[in-house]
Design a protein around this ligand. Structure first.
Ligand SMILES: O=P(O)(O)OC[C@H]1O[C@](O)(COP(=O)(O)O)[C@@H](O)[C@@H]1O
Ligand SMILES: [Mg+2]
Ligand SMILES: [Mg+2]
Length: 355
């Protein structure tokens, strides 16, 4: 049914930004550019093998990961939708080793865009849910060309962040620093329509997400925590937990926004010691801003992800986010593993710490 009182993404952005100081048109314009890229990616994904977009070209990205054809096509969709509208000063992507040099016949805006054009790309060939993630930072370099250093700003500096989810329906979820709002793509008119205003993360949950195949590489606080959850009603937490793992950060984040939960991709001890699997600038930071704006939390274990000063474009980060009660608990286990062990003597008696 087509409601006549619907709010489109464009209407929402204009209304939400009109009382802000300065000229918000560049931010509104860039967000609409990003939404446009996401619509194109949604179409490519929906066409699937009819458009011959599945599979691999045999190329790898800077992180040594095999690039799916759709990784590259989605990257192009972001570049094409943003480079000629004059809203953005510079681009950086998971799929490009260096920042992208814009051709700019239409001037240059004062914003930087970083993005993961296709998140969860191992789900593509199985027709599973995937997404795109983006982060927008201010550029204060005036007329000069942006350099890598300009992108290396902590997540607290983000002007906006969000993601698109390509699932049974396509959604666009964003924050511009005043809550988290979700839009659903109307396939008839091609508009993103506000369907989920003011999304919040429930503080309590009984659902967790972690790739358990990495268990032998986890550090002790993560062993402690997961063992607590697995012990369920018979353990110190006194209730049963359920587990979900979609293998697409965006999809796991979306579930957490809708019904609570905790997601963990912690630091692990694989050789060489990995700071984490996910990338700070275009995965960790935008998810952290969304969590903060929705009343959830996002930490590395000990630190707030929004506070991390990046040192490299493709830097990885441990990521633990979601319902605040659970993230608080993981943080406490990192800060005081001994105290937590002594106030929860089950660990000693049952050897839960030891595995
Ligand atoms: O392969 P694993 O360990 O399940 O990792 C899945 C995680 O890796 C990612 O797919 C990484 O993102 P990319 O697909 O953009 O590289 C996350 O979205 C997801 O949560
Ligand atoms: Mg990703
Ligand atoms: Mg990706």
């Amino acid at each position: 049914m087509l409601a006549t009182d619907r709010t489109t993404l464009a209407q929402f952005l204009v209304e939400e930004t009109q009382s802000r100081p300065g000229d918000p048109s560049t931010l509104v314009g860039l967000l609409l550019d990003v939404a446009q890229a996401c619509k194109i990616i949604a179409k490519l994904i929906a066409m699937g093998q009819l458009a011959g977009v599945h599979g691999y070209n045999g190329e790898t990205n800077v992180q040594g990961e095999t690039q799916a054809r759709l990784d590259l096509l989605s990257n192009q969709a972001f570049i094409r939708a943003t480079e000629r509208t004059g809203h953005v000063a510079g681009l950086a992507s998971e799929e490009m080793e260096e920042i992208y040099n814009l051709t700019r016949p239409h001037g240059r805006g004062n914003l930087l865009l970083t993005f993961d054009p296709l998140d969860g790309s191992s789900n593509i060939d199985t027709n599973g849910t995937v997404g795109s993630i983006f982060s927008i930072l201010p550029f204060e370099g005036g007329e000069r060309e942006p350099e890598t250093q300009d992108f290396l700003r902590p997540g607290r500096d983000q002007v906006a962040a969000g993601y698109a989810l390509y699932g049974p329906s396509t959604m666009f979820v964003l924050t511009i620093g005043a809550g988290v709002h979700g839009f659903t793509l109307d396939p008839l008119l091609g508009d993103f329509v506000l369907t989920h205003p003011g999304m919040t993360v429930a503080p309590a949950t009984a659902e967790f997400a972690i790739n358990a195949s990495n268990r032998r590489f986890w550090e002790p606080p993560i062993h402690l925590y997961v063992n607590e959850l697995l012990a369920g009603a018979t353990g110190v937490r006194g209730k049963d937990y359920n587990m979900r793992w979609i293998a697409a950060l965006v999809a796991d984040c979306h579930r957490i926004l809708l019904r609570g939960g905790i997601y963990l991709y912690p630091r692990d001890t694989k050789p060489p010691v990995k700071a984490g699997r996910l990338r700070l600038l275009y995965e960790g930071a935008p998810i952290a801003m969304l969590m903060q704006q929705a009343g959830g939390r996002c930490i590395t274990g000990l630190d707030e992800v929004l506070d991390i000063q990046p040192t490299a474009l493709h830097q990885r980060v441990p990521l633990i986010f979601g319902s605040s009660d659970e993230v608080d608990r993981v943080e406490a286990l990192h800060r005081h593993p001994d105290t937590v062990e002594s106030i929860t003597p089950l660990f000693g008696q049952r050897g839960l710490f030891r595995d």
